[in-house]
Ligand binder design. Structure first.
Ligand SMILES: Cc1cc2nc3c(=O)[nH]c(=O)nc-3n(C[C@H](O)[C@H](O)[C@H](O)COP(=O)(O)OP(=O)(O)OC[C@H]3O[C@@H](n4cnc5c(N)ncnc54)[C@H](O)[C@@H]3O)c2cc1C
Length: 485
């Protein structure tokens, strides 16, 4: 039976919030999820642009408590991921716990509880507050002069305007990250006149994305089949990603392989434009299912490399004076990853806000907790493995520690926060691990901006599991909260 005296509030009903909700439901705890939108899914609800496929194997993007034996392809298209998430939320009745269209605007730790406020003027009180608000959630628009003057439709890739028809228009796509690559590829194959504006070339994974076969599906359903496949996948993740972490023959082989994809480009000038000048893996590698390099060689596709001077009502003017006429403009310019939890106003002990805490640098204990913010937990917060561990797997590990701490805090009638010493030890361990990884050495990416070290996890997935399994409770201080009502 649920213990009505102890309450948890989660902000966000994406993959992370739903995973947490299912875990709390199973544990019989009282909880509510606040979701600012009218549907679950987060990333997969918001990003509906053409060409979006999951970049890890579909099977790695499953809730472990709800396997899907029916993925249509090796790497599922985004609508299929969204349909899966939504189905799980409904089948498991998680939607009963979600308050849709309720954005959490503030959370203050006062008298041992979290006081939560929403944009609609509602409030809640919780012993534990969990932020599952996403690390790629707040769209970032570029600071290009004249942006507001553009006369045609213009939108961020995460706000795709489906009322705009493809045909007969000159499309501009600003950005060379994963979204920019996938959108350009999709528009080029759809026969649109598309110009992609890039400042830097990206390493791109040209991969096959076959339909799943009935044999593969059957294999999963055979006795022991699913567990066997899971073991194989996790082994693959650990072995396959070592190249990012350590220099050596595996990294060299990867670089050779990625360089060979550039051979698809016949025109030496275009090949030069699209050849990256930094180490492979330093940014998240865009995945191309329909050969981006072939797509951009179509006569209807164009790559413009360089600095954009300004945007005009009818197009873009480059720094060298070139004018590119356009009818539709897509900003595939990414997200503000350091807006994590914001613009929510979160205040911990002694009235310290998150903005104040992270003013000098962003830090966390394991990506899940912060000193001075008792019983506040983050899912996929700063230093979570955004690049080398599939998100559901990383979540499973984070949630296991959070549940351990919730149990401990509840039993002690206290609120848990990592000690400063334990947090510093964690950060020092990370700092020592970065040299030699692909994320350092002058490479610019969204993990490093404004930070001395990249804001991610520089170890293999097994070490992530080890960290969360073994995190000692002594790394946390427990601030008495008094008896639960
Ligand atoms: C275009 C794109 C493609 C991606 N592709 C992949 C991929 O192929 N593989 C992969 O592993 N990862 C991918 N990612 C990363 C992806 O974000 C994660 O895999 C995962 O979806 C994160 O889940 P989440 O629940 O933490 O965050 P989100 O999915 O961002 O969900 C956060 C939820 O919180 C809600 N929310 C935010 N603030 C508040 C608030 N104040 N109050 C109430 N609700 C709030 C949001 O509305 C949202 O529903 C991609 C990201 C993007 C943007």
């Amino acid at each position: 039976m649920a213990d009505r005296g102890f309450r948890v509030v989660i902000a966000g009903a994406g993959v992370a919030g739903l995973f947490m909700a299912e875990t709390l439901k199973r544990a019989g705890l009282d909880f509510a999820v606040y979701e600012k939108a009218e549907e679950v899914g987060g990333t997969w609800r918001d990003n509906t642009f053409p060409g979006l496929f999951v970049d890890v194997l579909s099977r790695q993007y499953e809730f472990p408590f709800d396997p899907n034996y029916n993925w249509s392809r090796k790497y599922a298209p985004a609508p299929e991921i969204q349909a899966y998430i939504s189905k799980v939320a409904r089948r498991r009745r998680l939607t009963d716990f979600i308050r849709f269209n309720e954005e959490v605007t503030a959370a203050h730790f006062t008298d041992g509880r979290w006081r939560i406020e929403t944009a609609r003027g509602n409030s809640d009180v919780a012993d534990v507050f969990i932020c599952a608000t996403g690390f790629l959630h707040q769209p970032k628009l570029p600071d290009i002069p004249g942006r507001e003057t553009f006369a045609g439709p213009s939108f961020h890739s995460a706000r795709w305007d489906h009322s705009v028809s493809y045909a007969g228009k000159r499309w501009g796509v600003i950005g060379s990250g994963a979204s920019g690559v996938q959108i350009t590829e999709a528009l080029a194959w759809a026969g649109c006149d598309v110009t992609q504006f890039i400042r830097r070339a990206q390493w791109i994974h040209i991969r096959d994305n076959p339909n799943s076969t009935w044999r593969e599906r059957l294999k999963l359903r055979l006795p022991g089949g699913y567990a066997r496949e899971q073991r194989r996948l996790w082994q693959m993740i650990n072995e396959g990603d070592a190249w990012r972490l350590y220099p050596g023959p595996q990294r060299e082989a990867m670089e050779r392989e990625y360089r060979s994809y550039l051979d698809y480009i016949k025109d030496p000038e275009l090949r030069q434009k699209l050849t990256p000048d930094y180490n492979l893996g330093c940014t998240r590698i865009p995945k191309s299912d329909r050969n981006y390099y072939e797509a951009v060689q179509r006569p209807n596709a164009h790559i413009v490399k360089g600095h954009i001077d300004h945007i005009e009502p009818r197009g873009i003017v480059m720094a060298d004076g070139t004018h590119v006429p356009l009818d539709v403009l897509v900003y595939a310019t990414g997200f503000d990853p350091h807006a994590y939890m914001r613009p929510m106003n979160v205040t911990g002990l002694n009235g310290v806000t998150i903005d104040e805490a992270w003013k000098e640098k962003i830090y966390s204990y394991g990506g899940v907790a912060l000193p001075g913010f008792p019983n506040l937990f983050m899912l996929y917060g700063p230093f979570s493995p955004v690049n080398n561990v599939p998100v559901p797997l990383g979540l499973e590990q984070e949630i296991s520690l959070i549940m351990r701490l919730i149990r401990e805090a509840r039993a002690r009638r206290a609120a848990a926060a990592p000690t400063i010493a334990a947090t510093e030890k964690f950060l020092a361990r990370l700092a020592a691990a970065f040299p030699g990884t692909v994320w350092v050495g002058g490479c610019k990416n969204w993990y490093t901006s404004r930070q001395p070290n990249p804001v991610l996890w520089p170890f293999p997935q097994a070490a992530h599991k080890g960290f969360f399994d073994e995190a000692p409770v002594e790394d946390f201080e427990f601030i008495p909260t008094g008896p639960v009502d």
